[in-house]
Design a protein around this ligand. Structure first.
Ligand code: TYM
Length: 328
């Protein structure tokens, strides 16, 4: 049994990218492993957040976890800010990471590009993410492709700590799906589908209604030609839609291609709309139920309590190794 940890920021509408690239794998991994799934609210405040929407979105992401099938009796579901050890270990990691390493992060480059003033939190973001992972001594971190670089820096920091203070941390492995690790924007397959994209038609939100889903897919950009063929280099737009189909219908890419042989884009997109709506509908029904009962608060309280137990133990060990004088 491995220790698995991952998190999602409560900073917008969760998208089909978050679902396929991350949440679906969380659900699978809970079957066999000791899992910690967080809502990373401390990460969300690295860009300005409206207090009332931060609160609502944090609850919403937690409810989506449960609605998608994460079982709170199997996995620990909690908010990052409910476990203060994250911030403490993040400070320690900040002292271990180099400015040059942080400057190389593409997420930082993207998010700070063109901005006159950039918060220091955005810069040290990877130190907090490393702390998230190392605080549970996680072995496995399910993420989409865009988090690879943050995982690399976490691995480097774990190794650096072990080297400096003696072996302590596991070197965590990323768990990145083969299909669906990078779901692209519906209006431009050169960009990843993102909840922070202001163009609503560019993403499918996990809570979009079936009608919104059908409409967005029918308007999705397609490549020239009409053949439904998986070829990301020559047909990036259609290949992206095929990945979505494959993940939502639970069939292989070859099967998708076979199903639409000789058919046009129009027929494919029509069916894709139905497939995505059908995949999300039961999840949405559960989501609204969960939000109504308020049960998520108990789930989060229990999750934070469990997480704190492990976090305290690991952090105490870190401080001991580093030479902090223990309180009497
Ligand atoms: P975030 O909130 O941007 O995204 C959450 C997860 O969804 C994946 N994802 C995608 N996968 C496929 N296609 C897409 N278009 C797509 N968009 C997003 C992301 O790769 C991610 O797995 N820094 C992290 C959150 C974090 C974290 C952690 C993750 C904080 N601490 C510790 C793992 C472990 C982030 O901003 O993810």
């Amino acid at each position: 049994m491995k220790t698995v940890l991952s998190g999602i920021q409560p900073s917008g509408n969760l998208t089909l990218g978050n679902y396929i690239g991350a949440i679906k794998n969380f659900v699978k991994l809970q079957e066999e492993h000791d899992c910690y799934f967080m809502v990373v609210d401390l990460h969300a405040i690295t860009v300005p957040q409206e207090p009332s929407s931060l609160r609502d979105r944090s609850e919403s992401v937690a409810a989506l976890y449960v609605a998608a099938g994460i079982d709170p009796n199997r996995a620990n579901i909690f908010l990052q800010s409910h476990v203060p050890q994250h911030a403490e270990l993040a400070w320690i990691m900040t002292t271990m990471v180099n400015m040059g390493e942080l400057e190389r992060m593409t997420q930082f480059k993207d998010k700070s590009e063109g901005k006159e003033s950039v918060g220091a939190g955005l810069f040290v973001y990877p130190a907090l993410m490393a702390a998230d992972i190392l605080l549970y001594n996680a072995n496995l971190v399910p993420v989409g492709d865009d988090q690879k670089q943050h995982l690399e820096i976490t691995r480097d920091l774990a190794a650096r700590f072990n080297h400096r203070f003696g072996n302590y941390f596991n070197i965590p492995e990323p768990f990145i799906p083969k299909v669906g690790a990078r779901i692209m924007s519906l209006d431009d397959a050169s960009k990843k589908m993102s909840k922070s994209n202001p163009v609503e038609g560019s993403y499918i939100a996990m809570l979009d209604t079936p009608d919104q889903i059908r409409k967005k897919i029918s308007r999705a950009t397609t490549d020239s030609g009409a053949e439904v063929r998986y070829d990301p280099a020559a047909k990036p737009e259609v290949s992206n839609l095929m990945s979505i189909y494959s993940e939502c219908a639970g069939v292989s890419l070859q099967e998708v291609q076979a199903r639409f042989e000789g058919k046009m884009y129009g027929a494919f997109k029509k069916e894709l709309g139905e497939v995505v709506a059908a995949a999300l509908e039961p999840l949405q029904n559960r989501y609204y139920e969960i939000r109504q009962t308020g049960e998520i608060h108990d789930i989060l309280a229990k999750g934070a309590e469990q997480a704190q137990k492990k976090a305290t133990q690991i952090l105490d060990g870190v401080k001991d190794k580093m030479g902090f004088l223990a309180p009497k």
